[in-house]
Design a protein around this ligand. Structure first.
Ligand SMILES: [Zn+2]
Length: 230
């Protein structure tokens, strides 16, 4: 092969290489996934905050996941219906909000199943996710929940909104939120209600979209916070 031909082949290889790089680079946006976050609200329903919370979520056109406590559901069934009617996901946060690691296996079952049955009676839903009160769990809790038909879900962002003022709640969520984050907030504190609209506005400005926890998991995100892992 002459020198001229060799340089032509090299030039062609360069062109093909650049074309490939350009193609990969230029089309990558087609495969980029949307940035998703799931907001979870623990401990409701609560007449002092659920109506305001639902309005904030409605105004922002966002669906969230409510981990409800059975004894609160028993007291405020209408609020549970309202949460359901607005299209939010309902999940199980036990009946009495006790530390499950301190209970017998049959008492853990009772905590989960009483709430499950109550939710089913009131809104006709089967729940499949639960979160342990105080984040306290061990392998027995996970296994007992599994036998009862539940997967245990934790969270990846927790601004400790049960004890922090609204500016701190805002800062902690905004700083730590990533694609696939599961944010733990409470359906109760007034500071959460104050911080929430600003949190939603900021995250929307950063092109985040919001989804229920089940939907987020079904899209392959946030899986590291669910047990047992499979
Ligand atoms: Zn709780």
């Amino acid at each position: 092969m002459s020198l001229k031909n060799i340089s032509w082949v090299y030039s062609l290889r360069k062109i093909v290489l650049f074309a490939l790089i350009f193609l990969i680079y230029d089309t990558s946006f087609l495969f980029s996934k949307e940035k998703l976050i799931s907001l979870t609200f623990h401990d409701g329903p609560n007449p002092n905050s659920t109506p305001q919370l639902l309005k904030i979520l409605d105004d922002a056109n966002i669906k969230a996941t409510f981990f409800v406590v059975g004894k609160m559901v028993k007291k405020y069934p209408e609020l549970l219906k309202e949460i359901h009617a607005r299209g939010h996901e309902i999940a199980n946060h036990t009946y009495n909000h006790r530390n499950l690691t301190m209970l017998s296996t049959s008492d853990i079952m009772s905590e989960l199943l009483r709430t499950k049955i109550l939710i089913k009676e009131i809104v006709g839903l089967n729940t499949h996710l639960f979160t342990p009160p105080g984040g306290r769990f061990d392998s027995r809790v996970i296994e007992t929940a599994r036998i009862c038909g539940f997967r245990m879900a934790l969270w990846s962002v927790f601004p400790e909104d049960h004890r922090n003022p609204s500016p701190v709640i805002y800062e902690k969520v905004i700083t730590n939120a990533r694609d696939g984050s599961v944010v733990l907030l409470h359906n109760g504190p007034q500071d959460t209600l104050i911080a929430l609209p600003k949190i939603l506005e900021k995250l929307k400005a950063r092109a985040y979209k919001f989804d229920t926890l089940s939907s987020l998991l079904s899209k392959g995100k946030g899986k590291h916070i669910v047990y047992p892992r499979n």
